[in-house]
Design a protein around this ligand. Structure first.
Ligand SMILES: Nc1ncnc2c1ncn2[C@@H]1O[C@H](COP(=O)(O)OP(=O)(O)OP(=O)(O)O)[C@@H](O)[C@H]1O
Length: 338
């Protein structure tokens, strides 16, 4: 059920234009306090431009941005009560880790009195898992630690809204997953409204509780992560999320599956299963194209008449019995799309 409270961050029909080129068109989105929305979309879809408009670094060509019900569309960035974190933390090398965080406490409308800064720096470093790091020079930090400092700095002045633009994309995957969960924990526990820009589907799903899918400057789907995944509604949204292939309705009908008129059947990874022991006729015949060993499984590329290439997971010790591979469909792993 939708809350009747004012959302922490309210983006209403915001457009961003560079010259005559509109790169964000009528974007509307609400983020509750203590919640994180990921703006997920392909490269060049306008994600950073939307974030920059929310931050006040870009003047929207139309629409409004409100924080806690107050219109901040014309408010300078440092007076909006927002924190920002980017791909590269851009720490000051000539300050210590603590100095970098303290600097953020000394500026803007939300600055902290000098006497309280040291305590707040320690509190923030503790929050991001860097207790005892205050006197370290930034050059001595790993990439992940540097981004933790950037996060501490972004949180320094008790922002009401935290804006994150691909903050983990320079880190390796395992660290990215770990830090994404930690950022989520911090945003939630601090009651901040988080807006997190990424092009990485896995990262979006681990960091956010809601998703806004931005394609070609338009928010094409918005909702809870699970809801968006289970019902992407449109074929290109499904394809961007990783559904592949998208099967025309007439072919799906030959598998005994039918859906709404003018819809196609999008298959999630894992929707096609080996069916070597299943009773005919409810099997889909595929041709084996290639087999690649991956961690803990075999990735089988198949060709299905009328659809083309698709991928199927098989156990590590599996070998095909012939060139024709019988498959079945797991109908929990499909979505009907327009
Ligand atoms: N300052 C600018 N002046 C002119 N065009 C710009 C400017 N900034 C971005 N653009 C263009 O706006 C479009 C959207 O860019 P934006 O950086 O918002 O996309 P994005 O989804 O964040 O992409 P990426 O994931 O690659 O960072 C692109 O076509 C880009 O070239």
């Amino acid at each position: 059920m939708m809350s009747t409270r004012e959302p922490r961050l309210d983006i209403r029909v915001v457009s961003v234009r560079y010259g005559t080129h509109t790169v964000v068109r009528d974007a509307s989105l609400g983020v509750e306090a203590g919640a994180m929305t990921a703006v997920l979309g392909p490269s060049g879809s306008g994600k950073s431009s939307l974030l920059r408009a929310v931050a006040g670094l870009e003047t929207p060509a139309g629409g409004r941005v409100a924080i806690d019900g107050v219109d901040v569309t014309a408010t300078p960035p440092h007076e909006r009560g927002i924190g920002m974190m980017f791909q590269s933390g851009a720490l000051f090398d000539h300050y210590s880790v603590g100095g970098n965080v303290a600097y953020a406490l000394s500026r803007g409308r939300f600055r902290v009195p000098r006497a309280q800064r040291k305590h707040r720096v320690e509190e923030l470093l503790d929050l991001v898992g860097l207790r005892g790091f205050a006197s370290r020079p930034p050059a001595s930090l790993s990439g992940g630690q540097a981004q933790r400092v950037a996060l501490a700095r972004a949180l320094a002045s008790h922002p009401r809204v935290l804006l994150l633009d691909e903050p983990l994309s320079a880190l390796d995957r395992s660290l990215r997953e770990h830090l994404a969960l930690e950022i989520r924990r911090i945003v939630t526990s601090q009651g901040i409204g988080g807006l997190y820009v990424t092009h990485d589907q896995d990262e979006a799903f681990s960091v956010a509780d809601r998703l806004a899918i931005l394609i070609d400057g338009r928010i094409r789907r918005e909702g809870g992560t699970r809801e968006v995944w289970e019902d992407p509604r449109e074929a290109d949204v499904a394809a961007f999320l990783g559904y592949d292939p998208i099967v025309p309705a007439d072919i799906a009908a030959t598998w005994g599956v039918s859906g709404p008129a003018q819809h196609a059947l999008a298959l999630a990874p894992g929707a096609l299963r080996l069916a070597e022991d299943a009773a005919r006729p409810l099997v889909i015949d595929a041709e084996v194209v290639s087999i690649t060993d991956v961690r803990g499984a075999r990735d089988v590329c198949v060709d299905i008449a009328g659809i083309g290439r698709a991928r199927v997971r098989a156990p590590m010790r599996w070998h095909p019995r012939g060139s024709v591979l019988p498959l079945r469909l797991d109908d929990d792993q499909v979505a009907w799309v327009r």
